[in-house]
Design a protein around this ligand. Sequence first.
Ligand code: ZN
Length: 486
Amino acid sequence: MLRKTPLVVILGSTATGKTRLSIELANRFNGEIISADSMQVYKGLDVSTAKATPEERSRAVHHMLDICDMKTRTFTVVDFRDAALPKIEKLLNNNKKPIIVGGTTYYIETLLWKVLISSNEQKDHYKMDSSDAYNQMPFEDIMKKLNFNNVNLDDNLYLHNALSKVDPVTAQSLHPNNTRKIRRALEVYIQVGRPMSEVLEEQKSSKGSSYLGGPMRFEHVILLWIKSDQAKLNARIDRRIDSMVNDGMLFEVRQCYNLLKISGIDPQRGIMQAIGFKEFLPYLEQYTDESFDTEITEFIRKHGGLTGQKKFIVKNRISDALKLLENCLDDLRLHTKQYSKRQIKWIRNRLVSTKGRNVPPVYELDSTDAETNWNDNVFSKAEYIIQSYIDNVETKIKPAEKKDHLASSLNMHVTHFCDVCNRRFVGDLDFNVHMKSSIHRKTVEKHRKLAAAKINKQSILTQIVYSIWNFCNETRKRIFSNFSRK
Ligand SMILES: [Zn+2]
């Protein structure tokens, strides 16, 4: 089909200006925004997930925000893909530009490449229920469908054993404590009717695919990567978190916490473990009096943030709560910065360093001086790149040079077995990663200690035998010499 409406994807870590650029480009190119963020799909948490504000949403159509209720179900990457792809198709058919923007990297990946099990396969193999019905189905019922009764969802070994029965290859490659992946593999089995390992293997070997997964879905894609100097980015993250508290983050986190608690959701699992939520649990659990939230928020508004405000905290009703909250916010700052580094690493490893993979051009935009040079450094460049693509003319701005990824030359169709850990791996990449992993090193160390203890035990035994033999020998000599003296 002759369709040169490009799919525009805006990548970049948190606080680089992705939302701003997406709205400006939507306005400029008759586009609509597809949000790819695993937390923004839920209703609530508007401030703490940095969702587009009502004002921003009035400037451009946004999809995939507030589409799921966090107390009734968990939204998966498969749910995301199945909901977002038809929207993209519809936009492209109406000659509108879909602009994908968001920080959840594997959400973006599932839209661009066939890295997960496709809907067609689902329909072919999953005849008993429609995929929608499946998505509504509680996990316990899925297990019952697989004829596992007396389901104990809190028992990690139980789930691992269940997976070993239907998909031994995947089970062998997963630690029993990795419940998230174990559940996912079980879900795939009931969805597709085949082991996940088999389906993934098939995708990796299909046409146009690489060591990272299946082939691309769309022909015309432009990737825009907004970069920023990390020190400046960190300062921006600090300021953003301060303004979030100012905008009432504490109230909405409390509201969600109460909702989830009423629904009997364990705070140590699922959504409550997301960044921007888990950090507040110590405060939420210790201070249940909501009037504290009001007083603290007022305090922070009055002092323009909590960073460096320790000296202002005088001994009063809320001082202990403030101190605890400050620790929570410190954690949040730290985790957000770590997360932003992980996001960048993903872009580098999976998109730029990837000669083996069919990847569209990645254009880098620098938002370090966003406050003063946004238009020149970011918006105008993005506009020019997209327009050149539509007009089919060469751009003066060159895409990032692709580098070789360490895995691109590796064989993905061999199976390895780690004797030490007793685990199986498909492909050189996973095996190499495992051999360098801390879990492997720890297991090796454990075995070494056990072996050393064994040797030690043996040598103690040898010493005892030797001493007894020595003692007897000495005694014999003494007796003998006594005799000879006589
Ligand atoms: Zn190992």
